[in-house]
Design a protein around this ligand. Structure first.
Ligand code: GLN
Length: 303
């Protein structure tokens, strides 16, 4: 298969779908990103990297970071996490408050914002520096030493982060945070502001396609743990559109409101798409379209 020609075709066919979406503006610094960017990259298990469009241009990874946080917590703490966060789809928006009160401060899953705050809280307790641990990991796996945060995006989100603050304070009131709320939020906002390209993210995610083995051959996760993260990405990685994403794409995926989506092709590689215009669930419209076209054309889904 001519992967380069395939990605070029998919890029030109999918990019126009951005017109159906809207760039996130609840974080003002993200609203300034042109909706016309489109990138797609495929990192393969044999070390190949293919891409089309803006595939080397860094963007705000936002909630794509949560797949990596989950991996780093499971690697250090194993199953202990599941007393503090569930693993069921939420059926609610990623920043919803209402379910958290009904469910007594236990987030439905690690990929909605409340659940990700728990991941960061735990990684802070385990390492003393959640953001630094994640950044070092992403640099090592992507081979891109320049991976870093965007201070302007982090500050913009902190200034408008009332919902995330509400989620964190509520969980603290239920006894489900180990660290001070302000510290957890600070690491969360800065983590979400990390900038990476499609190529960097695809390479950084290869351990998820490779049963938990890192780029240097060392083991981060057991085979079962890698399977579990992929399973949670499939059921919860695109929030209250996870059913539609699974129906259309048939791959584990994790999206972010910067417009990125990471999708895992077990034993083959990792795909990453970026197009900033989002649907009402916070998933990239052209990004989902591209992944749908990719699995339809190649037959490379998990089903
Ligand atoms: N930083 C964003 C927020 O907390 C992340 C959300 C997302 O990417 N879905 O709202």
């Amino acid at each position: 298969m001519d992967l380069q020609a395939l990605l070029d075709d998919i890029a030109s066919e999918s990019a126009p779908f951005a017109a159906q979406g809207k760039v996130a503006d609840y974080i003002p610094a993200l609203a300034a990103v042109p909706a016309t960017h489109f990138g797609i990259a495929l990192a393969t298990m044999d070390g190949g990297t293919y891409g089309s469009g803006d595939w080397r241009m860094p963007f705000s990874i936002q909630s794509v970071s949560k797949a990596f946080s989950l991996a780093l917590v499971l690697a250090r703490d194993g199953e202990a996490l599941w007393t503090r966060v569930g693993r069921e789809p939420s059926g609610n928006p990623f920043n919803s408050l209402v379910q958290l009160e009904y469910e007594k401060g236990i987030p439905r899953n690690p990929f909605i914002n409340a659940g990700a705050l728990i991941l960061i809280d735990r990684l802070l307790s385990l390492t003393g520096d959640s953001l630094g641990t994640l950044r070092d990991f992403l640099r090592a796996e992507s081979g891109q030493a320049a991976v870093d945060l965007d201070a302007e995006v982090a500050a913009s989100e902190a200034a408008h982060g009332h919902r995330n603050a509400a989620l964190a304070h509520f969980m603290a009131s239920c006894g489900n945070l180990e660290n001070p709320v302000e510290r957890v939020l600070d690491h969360y906002f800065r983590q979400c502001s990390l900038r990476m390209s499609c190529a960097d993210l695809a390479k950084a995610g290869l351990f998820l396609a490779n049963h938990g083995l890192r780029a240097d051959g060392s083991r981060l996760l057991s085979r079962s743990e890698a399977k579990r993260i992929n399973s949670i990405m499939l059921t919860c990685g695109t929030y209250d559109a996870a059913g539609d994403f699974a129906y259309r794409v048939g791959l584990p995926g994790k999206s972010g409101v910067g417009g990125g989506i990471l999708a895992v092709l077990p034993e083959r590689g990792v795909l990453c798409v970026w197009s900033p215009a989002l649907d009402r669930h916070g998933n990239s419209v052209a990004g989902v379209e591209a992944l749908d076209r990719f699995t339809t054309r190649t037959g490379w889904s998990v089903f």
